[in-house]
Write a new protein. Structure first.
Length: 149
């Protein structure tokens, strides 16, 4: 199993079915287990709203379809509270929301999937969910399940 933390920018592209989102989804191994912090869903909704209302780059029908897709997406969800201390360590070089994705990837010792392409490993991250040690605090209290692409 290959675990990866999916950030909201990548998630929004994937649920909107854009060329960029389809390309990102194709880069992920078929055995990928996706992880997201709880606020992922709110961020994805915000991106979709901005595209519909602000940018007008998607139609109402496209937006409605994209909003429905996360219900069928089998992602493992992590509670934000256990990630706060780890995320705070990144306060000088990224937003708090972005730091929560990085903190989750660090705790799970997995890559981070974002818009630059394939999951991005760091020298201290591994990509094997089965071999990853348990996080130092339990980020999974919100439940979740396997990701379906």
């Amino acid at each position: 199993m290959t675990a990866v933390v999916i950030d909201a920018s990548a998630g929004a592209e994937i649920v909107a079915g854009t060329a960029r989102g389809r390309a990102l989804a194709r880069l992920l191994p078929t055995d990928t287990v996706g992880w997201v912090p709880d606020h992922f869903y709110a961020e994805v909704l915000g991106v979709l709203r901005r595209r519909l209302v602000g940018e007008r780059s998607i139609t109402e029908t496209e937006a409605a379809s994209a909003v429905a897709r996360p219900r069928d997406w089998h992602l493992r969800q992590a509670a934000v509270q256990p990630l706060i201390d780890q995320a705070w360590r990144h306060r000088h070089n990224m937003t708090a929301a972005d730091a929560l994705y990085v903190a989750l990837a660090e705790l799970l010792r997995v890559g981070l999937g974002h818009l630059t392409g394939a999951p991005q490993p760091s020298p201290t991250f591994g990509g094997d969910a089965a071999a990853s040690p348990a996080p130092t605090s339990d980020p999974t209290s919100a439940g979740g399940s396997r990701m379906g692409w």
